[in-house]
Design a protein around this ligand. Sequence first.
Ligand SMILES: [Zn+2]
Length: 254
Amino acid sequence: MERILRGIMRYRILDRATMVKQFQEVKDNPVPKAIFYTCMDSRMIPTRFTETCVGDMFVVRNAGNLIPHSQHFVDEMTSCEPAGLELACIINDIRHVIVCGHSDCKAMNLLYKLKSKEESSLEQRRISPLKSWLCSHGKSSLNKFLEIGDDFEKPILFTGETPQRKFVAYIDPENNFCIEDKLSQVNTLQQLQNIASYGMLKKRLERHDLHIHALWFDIYTGDIYYFSRRAKRFLIIDESSYEIILSEIRRYYS
Ligand SMILES: [Zn+2]
């Protein structure tokens, strides 16, 4: 807490005036352009690595950047992730939903362990809210991941904005990442399908008026990857790929 207090004192000197100016610029009517789902991991600072500022985007964070599938909710049983979707895409007019996973994700490392029946037993889930959360909302990612076994040259099929808009992904074909990081990439892509499962978004998704993107952050190198449906894999966003990725986004999602 002392660290936080010291930080607030520094903020008052260094950043407060700039932020107040930005608040005044957006006034009472901020027009955010995206909703960004990512992990609550303390190393993930999405506004810093996207250089976004006041009023630019909504951010929703949880353990493992999971968006529960709509099938889990009946009547008033819901959670904050779909409520965020409604706030962003129905009440506001946001056109881009972004899911961002990352390497060495503790939630994904645990999800991988939950492939063991003992680890994911009812007793375990009763005493561990984290295991319960991952079992309920991460199992679809785990099952998809386990389906390909250890053959990472095999493509995995995902569903995008509509049941017709399927896409293929090769997960880390160069074998740069550990098994849990590969699971994290599969999990990030699986969330696209979960987001698209909400009826409230159906019309906008069918009209190509709302788009869902996947990013992945490698905390060891600081590289950020964009999932390219054209290249069927995560591409590092850098000087050599920037124009290619931009043209894909403009072509598919303008
Ligand atoms: Zn994480």
